[in-house]
Design a protein around this ligand. Structure first.
Ligand code: ADP
Ligand code: ADP
Length: 225
């Protein structure tokens, strides 16, 4: 099953009336359920732009983004937001956890936004945090957790709504090599267990052998590396 498809996607940022250099110039991608794909390319080549378009945070100038068979072309903001919330999980380099809420609450909140009953949301949060070895940390505030633990909470949060696609922008880029390796292993295991698809922008060459495919951006297009 194809869960994410990009067809001839083009993107050029503008500064006022002036078009800047094109970033994406006809990018194509088919991401299948269960597949883990790395995106490795130098800084400034458009990785974040691509992830934003795939995650429906931005719209392409041309081309089409399809999520789980649903085209997003011409979809109003409300439809894009709903599709993003139901189908897509994000992990960033920095965890963006809410500092005044506990680990559990951070994983519960996105579920409450989707109207999951509180008891069920809590059970799911505890299950996910347990899966990441954080069963003893559920009542901690993010500030009391290590960097690796914070990032694992952020991953648990991204998985809490059962997305079909996980988009990750340097998910371990802020961690030391050893911690990055552990966190990334857990991320991969979680993705494999749940059968979702993941697109991961990373600079960490050590992790690539564990991906199904490695893509890069060349002249604004996605190509196998
Ligand atoms: P990467 O993630 O590979 O570092 P980005 O997608 O962040 O690349 O950026 C690709 C190019 O687009 C860069 O030249 C960057 O400066 C430019 N860019 C990114 N976002 C914007 C924006 N909001 N406005 C203008 N230019 C941008
Ligand atoms: P960078 O790639 O510049 O180091 P991040 O990885 O933190 O920054 O975020 C990547 C991009 O995603 C940024 O352009 C940022 O504006 C956007 N972003 C970060 N957090 C969120 C969020 N919670 N929701 C939507 N967009 C976000």
């Amino acid at each position: 099953t194809v869960v994410l498809e990009l067809r001839s996607v083009k993107k050029t940022y503008r500064s006022g009336d002036e078009a800047l250099l094109p970033v994406l110039q006809g990018a194509n991608l088919r991401l299948h359920a269960g597949e883990i794909v790395a995106l490795v390319a130098p800084s400034g080549t458009g990785k974040s732009t691509l992830l934003h378009l795939a995650g429906l945070l931005d719209t392409p100038d041309e081309g089409e983004v399809t999520i789980c068979g649903q085209s997003t072309q011409g979809l109003p903001d409300s439809g894009r937001t709903a599709l993003r919330r139901d189908r897509i999980g994000f992990v960033y380099q920095f965890h963006h956890l809410l500092g005044e809420f506990t680990a559990r609450e951070n994983v519960v909140l996105p579920q409450l936004i989707r109207n999951v009953p509180k008891a069920r949301a809590r059970a799911e949060a505890d299950r996910l945090l347990g899966m990441f070895g954080l069963g003893h940390r559920i009542n901690h505030l993010p500030g009391k957790l290590s960097g690796g633990e914070q990032q694992r909470v952020a991953i648990a949060r991204a998985l809490a709504n059962g997305p079909a696609v996980l988009l990750a922008d340097e998910p371990t880029g802020n961690l030391d090599v050893q911690t990055a390796d552990i966190v990334f292993s857990q991320l991969l295991e979680a993705v494999r267990q749940t059968g979702l698809a993941a697109l991961v922008a990373t600079h960490n060459e050590e992790l690539l052998s564990r991906m199904d495919r490695v893509l890069t951006l060349r002249d604004g297009q996605l190509v196998a590396r």
